[in-house]
Design a protein around this ligand. Structure first.
Ligand code: ADP
Ligand code: MG
Ligand code: MG
Length: 910
């Protein structure tokens, strides 16, 4: 992170000065507050401190000098506009100090409310509001939030004290506490602060504000924020903006309250508004799931005027943003205030349904709809669901907060969830309510179940954001985290017992329920009619939405999508999922099992006749493999790669064999001649760095007859298919070429065999011969290589290994966690293509290959072919197709369509 702040750079923007396009600088929250202000909606006034100031602070450990002055000016403008002073003795202005990064990170960072209260202004507030209870409640909230987030005092210290006072006063909720009790609580809280920090709670309002601002900056780098960003692939160097916003109060009595609402249901995508409202409450009370909330219908009965205005604003915002909006609001004594809006996060299913709804309402175009859904979401919809016909024991039904079918051992705390998941066990995290400290446990768990809080509670929001299954607000469940049991309607379930939760229905079942394919998979494999049979209206609506958007993607995309498949079964599956060919058929899997002995014989052959005999036995087996494959892929291109891995992979383990031979010698049992020869071969073939050794085309050139046999089998299979009236479109691919000479040499052999077989069979076949580009040298000398290659296929797994010098098997466990943590990269280059490095090589090869051979066919067959981000890169890089595992084919189709519509060239040199 380097930031040299320009002299006189504007670091502070009034809400009235910004707009929604400025999320880089003002963060999402700030930009949207500005946008709502511009729209003339009732937003309390305030200003935003830029992310640039934050980056500077995080970089240098102190604010830029001019920031203090600019904050003073903005604060004075705010005070003058309202005719009140921050923390004044009479009718004080109070503010909230709120975090807000470019990308929303719900619940990850800090906010402090009621800044400006102290021992004097609290009295002024009580007088101005004519409400003692409210003033002391606000003050205790300030000390509590400030203590926790700014001074790092464990929140339990405050909560325990609050609980103790509630018990003493016989109050079940905090609203029942008397002004005197709250005043006493303030004294207790101040004692906690001086006890924990050795300093009194700061009384100077400006000092409070400055400290809170720094705490918000610092919250960018908390562990949980870093973990969240890593998961969501958000760069660590964006920083957060800070929003200073005049306070409005939802805790001013029964005619006040605070709420969250959505313009459509973010969990299911159902049409119609959705929301939660809490009477006489402030800010985070809704999200914290502390008290149970009212629905918007209840709110309408309680306060028809505010509800009517909220409804108007919701519609206005949806019209403005043309998408589902997520809104925070507060009612202060009957007056509605808007505190936040953003385009809301939603579940995968909701994303597809809402996108097509908006098309039908003619609010967005079909192209826009396609940009509103992602391959990642489609992948989520392909997860299995519970089998509706299986016997089941329903324990309870609660809120369906984030869909999916999750089964796991019950655990009651985050640490246990993480520990057990690390052992490879499936766990379900069960909590009364979750808070930001539970994040790691939520990531580790297959699902989350809470007994309190609504669809807008922390658990629900975070689970939805990361695609975790979640059922929340299961009030019938009594969670006893200390005893590590939960009790529900007479059943007791202890830690470690299995539970199944359905995040689409909110149902909780005892034990493990079997799962069945999702209707989306049925649709993808067997078509719309099959998928619509016997499903409910919601599922049918979803399947239709997926169908429409996927078909639109197919119409829109330039990239073809093929699959990586090694046998006829996978090929058939891939074809049904929309694959337009096979981009990579690996032949090594054809030498395993029974056939291993034949390869062994080939390796051990001591003279050409022995070798030819072994190859002759392999030939018909290989031919049969290819006939099957070409039958399944009739009419579609099928790229078959000649043998790639080093031969010792087919031999027994070196150590085991050595021990066996040694033991036999020692016991005098006599060593078998076979074993001894095998051991000699294993030792001869042993490599320190197999990845960089005798593999790929090097095998073809060094093991006489091996590639020849494969080429003969492929060509004979194609001839057989052609003679049977089929349409075989086979392509032969040579792996790991680094120099055009290698390809020239191997082609001499290949071309001869292909010609021989055609002549013998009396058929005319068109079999392109090409190569993989998986070494930097191949990419850099692509102009020469294209002289001999009729197509290129980028093997991005090996190209990533050889470009970075990473041995994937070694570094992923040993290095990547640290590299991700240190921000060397935000995502593993094996997961998502490294655009700057590996991508640059690909673009070079594309350009040079086309110079030599303008029509050269270019594809990608590494795992990146199914990664959404990488698909976009390949689109821009101008390759002709991507190839990925069959299950990823629909994802790649969708993303290829999106790539043709969205301009997301950022992050690469393109
Ligand atoms: P988050 O990003 O976690 O939602 P926010 O900054 O939005 O954090 O604030 C937390 C809570 O406090 C929200 O419910 C918000 O509506 C409320 N809040 C923030 N600022 C104010 C304010 N000026 N007046 C009243 N409530 C506020
Ligand atoms: Mg908020
Ligand atoms: Mg490779």
């Amino acid at each position: 992170m380097t930031t040299a702040i320009r002299e006189r750079a504007q670091l502070v923007y009034d809400f009235a000065d910004g707009d929604r396009s400025q999320t880089d600088l003002l963060g999402g929250k700030g930009a949207n507050l500005a946008e709502m202000t511009r729209l003339g909606l009732p937003v309390p006034p305030g200003f935003t401190i830029t992310t640039e100031a934050c980056r500077h602070y995080l970089d240098r450990g102190e604010e830029p000098q001019s920031l203090r002055v600019q904050v003073t000016m903005a604060l004075r403008r705010l005070e003058d506009g309202l005719g009140r002073r921050l923390g004044d003795i009479q009718d004080p202005l109070l503010v909230s100090v709120r975090s807000g990064a470019k990308v929303s990170m719900p619940g990850m960072m800090e906010t402090v409310l009621n800044v400006g209260l102290n021992d004097y202004s609290v009295k002024g507030l009580a007088e101005a509001a004519k409400d003692e209870r409210f003033a002391w409640d606000s003050y205790r909230r300030l000390i509590q939030m400030f203590g926790r987030t700014v001074l790092d005092i464990p929140s339990e210290r405050f909560e325990d004290r609050l609980d103790a006072v509630k018990t003493r006063e016989g109050a079940t909720t905090d609203v029942e506490l008397s002004p005197a009790a709250l005043q006493g609580l303030v004294e207790d809280f101040k004692d906690i602060v001086s006890d924990a920090t050795g300093r009194d709670f700061p009384q100077d309002p400006r000092e409070q504000l400055d400290m809170a601002m720094r705490a918000v900056f610092d919250s960018w780098n908390t562990d949980r924020a870093r973990i969240y960003r890593r998961r969501e692939r958000i760069p660590h160097d964006l920083g957060t903006a800070v929003n200073i916003c005049a306070m409005v109060f939802g805790n001013m009595g029964e005619d006040s309250g605070t709420g969250v609402c959505f313009t459509r249901d973010p969990a299911t995508g159902k049409q119609g508004v959705y929301g939660d409202y809490l009477v006489n409450a402030q800010g985070e009370d809704v999200v914290a799931g502390i008290r149970n909330t009212l629905s918007l219908e209840d709110f309408a009965r309680l306060d028809p005027a505010s509800h009517a205005e909220l409804t108007r604003i919701m519609r206005r915002l949806e019209t403005h943003y043309r998408d589902l909006c997520d809104i925070e609001f507060t009612v202060e004594r009957g007056k509605l205030w808007m505190l936040q809006t953003r385009v809301g996060k939603r579940t995968a299913g909701a994303a597809f349904r809402i996108a097509t709804q908006l098309v039908d309402e003619q609010v967005i175009t079909r192209d826009e709809a396609l940009t509103r859904v992602t391959g990642h979401q489609l992948a989520q919809l392909m997860f299995p669901q519970f089998d509706a016909d299986a016997p089941r024991t329903l324990l309870t039904k609660a809120m369906a907060a984030s869909p999916g079918a999750a089964v796991g051992e019950v655990v009651f705390d985050s640490a246990t969830a993480v520990a057990r998941a690390a052992e490879g066990r499936r766990v379900l995290l069960v909590r009364r309510e979750t808070n930001p400290d539970d994040l790691e446990g939520m990531i580790a768990a297959t699902g989350v179940l809470t007994s309190r809080g609504g669809k807008t509670s922390h658990a629900a929001v975070v689970a939805r954001g990361m695609g975790r299954t979640c059922v929340c607000g299961a009030e019938e469940i009594d969670v006893d985290a200390e005893a590590k049991v939960l009790r529900v309607n007479g059943t007791t379930i202890a830690e470690g017992e299995l539970l199944s939760i359905d995040g689409s229905t909110g149902e909780v079942f005892a034990g493990e329920l079997p799962v069945v394919p999702s209707p989306v998979v049925t649709y993808l494999e067997r078509g719309l009619d099959a998928a619509l049979e016997g499903v409910d209206e919601e599922a049918a609506d979803l399947v239709r939405a997926v169908d429409r958007l996927l078909r639109h993607a197919d119409r829109t995309r330039r990239l073809a999508v093929r699959a990586n498949a090694d046998n006829a079964e996978d090929a058939t599956r891939a074809r049904s999922l929309g694959a337009q060919g096979i981009g990579l058929c690996r032949t090594e899997h054809m030498f395993l099992g029974d056939r291993r002995v034949l390869i062994e014989r080939l390796i051990l052959a001591e003279d050409p006749p022995a070798r030819d005999a072994a190859l002759a036995e392999l030939l018909p087996l290989q031919r049969a493999d290819f006939v099957e494959l070409l039958t399944a892929m009739d009419g579609l291109p099928t790229t078959i790669r000649l043998l790639d891995p080093p031969l010792h992979e087919f031999l027994p383990d070196r150590t085991e064999l050595a021990v066996k031979v040694a033991v036999a010698k020692a016991t005098g049992d006599g060593v078998s001649a076979d074993d001894e020869r095998l051991l000699a071969a294993v030792e001869r073939l042993h490599e320190a760095n197999p990845m960089l050794g005798r593999r790929g085309v090097r095998l073809g050139l060094l093991v006489p007859g091996l590639y020849g046999m494969q080429v003969r089998a492929i060509t004979e299979a194609a001839a057989e298919r052609a003679l049977a009236g089929g349409d075989p479109r086979v392509e032969i691919m040579v792996p790991l070429v680094g120099s055009v000479m290698e390809l020239h040499l191997i082609r001499d052999e290949i071309d001869g065999i292909v010609a021989d077989v055609q002549a013998a069979a009396g058929v005319d076949l068109d079999i392109p011969i090409g190569t993989m580009i998986e070494l930097p040298r191949a990419a850099l000398t692509a102009r020469r290589i294209a002289e001999s290659a009729e197509f290129f296929s980028f093997g991005t797994n090996d190209l990533t290994q050889t470009t970075w010098g990473f041995s994937r098997d070694d570094v992923e466990a040993a290095i990547f966690a640290a590299y991700l943590e240190k921000g060397v990269f935000t995502v593993s280059p094996f997961e998502s293509l490294d655009r700057d490095g590996v991508g640059a090589l690909i673009r070079t090869a594309v350009e040079k290959g086309r110079e030599t051979r303008p029509g050269i066919k270019l594809g990608v067959c590494g795992e990146h072919g199914g990664d959404p981000d990488s698909v976009h890169f390949f689109h821009y890089a101008g390759v002709d197709y991507v190839s990925c595992s069959p299950f990823r084919v629909p994802v790649a189709r969708l993303e290829a369509g999106r790539a043709a519509l969205v301009d997301d060239t950022v992050g690469g040199e393109l």
